[in-house]
Design a protein around this ligand. Structure first.
Ligand SMILES: [Zn+2]
Length: 448
């Protein structure tokens, strides 16, 4: 290749770059209004509209439950759902409302979930009426997906799931799911839902509103396996607004007054929920750096506690989210936009393990033990160090202890080999580090 060729290429390149710039500039000019629109449009970035999907249970050939006086679930759910939507539309211009159905048509369960997923909804609300063979049961229930007490709620999940029989290809679509099989129902609840915290929070607000605003008897927030909320990828709640098989409740639900009260309650819960989640989102945006932990309940005095939950939502200690954990303090520590929940207080690792097992049994399978640093720093001595614990009996000068002269303390058939006595935790800590460096990996500070 000669010099001429190079200069030629150089010229061509310059020309191309110039052409490219010229074209880009023009394209940008042409497209600027579009960019501007996207940028300032509420659908863009942080200003994205809050999307709620309102799902009126049943419809078309699937009438749902039939209640006292012949009222049909599908009609009541459609009425209530439309009312909820109307209230949201009136008061929240920043909310996009999507209905899975707005007339008496049959929509497969998987399609209801798909509608919510396609639209990247922020909340999925499925509205139903409960039914029972007997006429006496009454009250409201709000369901989230989950394993807790699933067997108790099996019947209702079966009933709500069984509508898939009306779908032609239900075997393929639901992978041979059998609504009457207990195993399949339990399997269903194992689909872990990372939005469980928020689902429970919304369900809680709904049930509280039913009590305070609609004077209903709330049967509480419950967990069960519902197909319709299995496949959604956002916080999702299935609301049983009452038993249409109960004469009084059936009457209430079939009348305009009752439907309005129920709709208003769901709407109020929605408004509170939306405010809460958007506040959390705002806090996270403003403070990406983790705050100094702020402890707002009395910290346990032990060396260990169990962290069982981390959530954007602050739940009261009595909420269903605590899954019945009681008898020991629940501590909530706020860091950034997250609340971390700790349970109990243990002074020894053995106690901490017992505590952990208890927490795991309550359903927090991911719970883990943490050391209570704040408690350690202020804990009262004296302290000693357990070099090791063993069923084996050794003399206090045994070579196992590498020259350290230990005390042998027998407890529960196990020998605890201890070293030193310290008035301050910091001193104990120093010696502990020394011992660990000598190979006593399991050494730990214990109260004396
Ligand atoms: Zn239903």
């Amino acid at each position: 290749m000669g010099l001429k060729d190079f200069s030629h290429i150089g010229f061509k390149n310059t020309e191309n770059t110039f052409m490219a710039r010229f074209t880009l500039k023009n394209i940008f000019r042409l497209l600027f209004p579009l960019f501007a629109f996207l940028f300032f449009s509420p659908a863009f970035g942080q200003n994205k509209k809050f999307v709620v999907v309102l799902d009126a249970g049943h419809g078309g050939d699937d009438g749902g439950a039939t209640g006292f006086g012949g009222y049909r679930e599908k009609d009541i759910t459609l009425q209530i759902t439309q009312m909820v939507g109307g209230m949201i539309a009136k008061n929240h211009k920043d909310v996009q409302i999507i209905y899975t159905r707005s007339s008496d048509v049959f929509i497969p369960l998987h399609e209801r979930a798909a509608i919510a997923n396609r639209n990247k909804a922020d909340l999925f609300i499925s509205i139903h009426c409960n039914a029972n063979k007997k006429t006496d049961p009454f009250g409201t229930e709000s369901y989230v997906m989950g394993l807790h007490r699933v067997e108790d709620n099996m019947d209702i999940a079966k009933r709500e799931n069984s509508v898939i029989y009306l779908e032609d290809n239900y075997k393929e679509v639901y992978q041979n799911f059998d609504p009457n099989s207990i195993e399949d129902l339990i399997g269903l609840t194992l689909y872990t839902n990372k939005h469980l915290d928020n689902s429970i929070r919304f369900a809680e607000l709904v049930e509280n509103q039913f009590k305070s605003n609609a004077s209903r008897f709330s049967r509480g927030v419950k967990q069960a396996g519902f197909l319709v909320i299995r496949e959604t990828t956002m916080p999702s709640v299935l609301i049983e607004t009452g038993f249409i098989t109960n004469p009084e409740e059936g009457m209430f639900l079939s009348q305009l007054y009752g439907q309005e009260k129920i709709a208003e309650s769901i709407y109020n819960a929605f408004a509170t929920y939306k405010k809460e989640v958007q506040q959390v989102a705002q806090v996270e945006e403003e403070k990406p750096v983790i705050d100094k932990p702020k402890v707002d309940t009395n910290s346990g005095s032990g060396n260990y506690k169990v962290q069982f939950l981390s959530s954007k939502t602050k739940f009261p200690n009595t909420s269903p989210q605590m899954r019945g954990l009681k008898n020991q303090p629940i501590e909530v520590v706020q860091t950034g936009g997250l609340y971390k929940y700790y349970y109990g207080s243990a002074s020894t690792p053995q106690q901490a393990t017992e505590l952990l097992n208890k927490v795991k049994k309550s359903g927090f399978s991911d719970a883990f033990i943490v050391e209570n640093k704040a408690a350690q720093a202020t804990a009262k001595g004296p302290f000693t160090i357990e070099i090791m614990a063993s069923k084996q009996k050794y003399e206090s000068t045994d070579k196992t202890f590498k020259g350290y002269i230990v005390r042998r303390v027998k407890k529960d058939g196990i020998y605890s080999y201890q070293f030193g006595k310290f008035t301050s935790y910091a001193d104990a800590q120093k010696t502990l580090e020394e011992l660990k460096s000598k190979g006593f990996k399991n050494a730990m500070i214990i109260g004396n």
